[in-house]
Design a protein. Sequence first.
Length: 163
Amino acid sequence: MNTLATTDVFRLAVERYADTLYRVALHAVSRPEDAEDAVQDTYERLLHCGKTFTSETHLKAWLIRVTLNRCHDLCRLAESKNLSLDEALPVPADTENGEILSVVMSLPENYRTAIYLHYYEGYTAAEIGDMQDVSPNTVLTWLSRGRARLRELLKEDMENELV
């Protein structure tokens, strides 16, 4: 099995995955400032971890998992200080995708993370389960419940527009 050269890992992580990590973090914490902090902390961990990565896929999965863990830490910290991380995501409201994305952001954290990783990043339930340290069946449940909640919220939005 080939491993990535230590000197290439950080460069590769920044060049190829910075945008992905930021989007993942933004979906997990909602505030751009917190997302930037989570990504920066992830890169700092990468610099000091000394881990050997067997492939780019392994590196990407590790980066996403560390980013999500850091986001969870930030959310717990905010909750302990009674702060809110639920500011609206700055998305153009006149686009259908933007409207759906803002509704996704209103879902509970597990649902929105699973939906984002599955539909926007293309991960399978098994891969998301590995990243989140849960079973694939749990991820499938989150996806199912998240989709059902999205349908409810979008239906409510459509009904409110007709009034």
